[in-house]
Design a protein around this ligand. Sequence first.
Ligand code: C5P
Length: 221
Amino acid sequence: FSAKALAGKRLLITAGPTFEAIDPVRGITNLSSGKMGFAIARAAQAAGAEVTLVAGPVHLPTPRGVRRIDVQSAQDMLQAVLASVEGADVFVATAAVADWRPARAADQKIKKDGSGEVPHLAFVENPDILATVAQLPRAKSGDLYCVGFAAESENLLANAQAKRLRKQIPLLVGNIGPATFGKDDNALLLVDAQGHQELPHASKAALGEQLVAEIAKRIAR
Ligand code: C5P
């Protein structure tokens, strides 16, 4: 692993879950810990990259030397990403973005009035941050290298290949094995136009370094 494989490069990364408000004290989120994204951010910084990390609500320290922007919702995350993407060479989307959000968040706490009535939530679809970034002219021209993640419960290779094509990105990384959320280790399946390759079971820290090396290799060619 070359220590300065990303020297002079700018990397933008999303990590963690998003939080979609129902009212001022409630919301919908998921169990993403942000650990994989933070590990990649740390490894990229160590490899010489200037790293901006857009993080949903997580309980993790900021890796040394990394610029961090904290956000809550998918819409906030998209805004922060679009505000930071200019000049980036690599975009890595590890965030577990909520697919849907409540159609409108109540201004005041929704009250339980004792009648037994329950609130009925309507949902709208969130923007797809990765797909949006992949359609930017800089990404389409190849100046911005986009990396997506996939957590699938079955048919990982076929689903990862399909997702790579659907999102129109050069590299899609699949989480091998279920329930990687919150864990300190993982195994990854890398799918690109050339084929696929496995990064075997290891700590997320080690996998972050290996993935950064793989990304560096691909943007160098
Ligand atoms: O479509 P799916 O959610 O399975 O795709 C996962 C990939 O897309 C991940 O890289 C994730 O960070 C990204 N994504 C996103 N915005 C969304 C949904 C997914 O950036 N709204």
